[in-house]
Design a protein around this ligand. Structure first.
Ligand code: TMP
Length: 233
């Protein structure tokens, strides 16, 4: 485990990376922003080029972290207070990074992850107004300082997110989870915080307008990946 001082210092995020071309890419956004479709498209492309790809998600990605996910998202039973919620996300992340993400990167696999600590910053700092430096410290502890190579933000207006969520709900595809039941104001704060994070680090955040077609979104993602030398064609 890295010390907190190391973690918060100027150490490179992922010391396990080698020269081979692979990357750790995280997809973020409001619910209904189309992350899964984009992840699937990239997965198919990479696999068809013979790449080894791990698809994973947060909270979750390992059996224990999936159990924690259930506790976090269920709508029945006792809801966690904001501090407990934060610590549960971080516990799930520590398990996920150490037992799944880091070993996969060490084996030179691509890792495509649906949400990572960007969600904690957006939902817990932005949505719940928890102190940023506290969350940064916990993220450091949980990840051992590991950072993704690219964050992809699927930016969506609250109105469109609500429309997509309600139509999914009406079709009975997915019942609303604890976060989807939050007030509109919460989701506006989450979106604003995502945009703030992306503005703070434009080199490592790709912001896509999630109202564009899946093909257009995928093209923009591929362009950025080519610019990084991750895709040959
Ligand atoms: P999803 O995987 O279906 O998007 O649901 C995960 C929910 O958990 C989503 O509403 C975002 C929220 N979340 C946080 O609040 N903090 C976090 O650190 C993570 C990873 C997710």
């Amino acid at each position: 485990m890295v010390s907190l001082a190391q973690c918060l210092g100027d150490i490179p995020g992922d010391s396990s990376k080698t020269e081979s071309v692979m990357a750790f890419i995280v997809f973020e956004g409001l619910d209904g922003s189309g992350k899964s479709t984009l992840i699937q498209k990239l997965h198919t492309l990479l696999e068809s080029s013979g790449e080894d790809v791990v698809l994973t998600r947060e909270p979750g990605g390992t059996p224990l972290a999936e159990d924690i996910r259930h506790l976090l998202l269920r709508t029945k039973g006792e809801a966690p207070v904001p501090t407990a919620e934060l610590l549960l996300y971080e516990a799930a992340r520590a398990q996920h990074v150490e037992s799944r993400i880091r070993p996969s990167l060490e084996q030179n696999k691509w890792v495509l992850c649906d949400r990572f600590y960007g969600s904690t910053l957006a939902f817990q700092c932005g949505g719940r107004s928890i102190d940023r430096s506290l969350v940064d410290q916990l993220n450091c502890i949980a990840t051992g300082g590991m950072k993704p190579d690219l964050w992809v933000l699927l930016d969506l207006s609250l109105e469109e997110s609500l429309r997509r969520r309600n139509s999914r709900d009406a079709r009975g595809e997915k019942p609303l989870d604890r976060f989807e039941k939050e007030a509109n104001d919460f989701h506006v704060k989450v979106r604003d915080y995502y945009l703030k994070l992306a503005n703070e680090d434009i080199e490592n955040w790709l912001v896509l307008n999630a109202e564009a077609s899946p093909e257009q979104l995928f093209n923009e993602l591929q362009q950025r990946m080519r610019a990084r030398g991750w895709l040959k064609l």
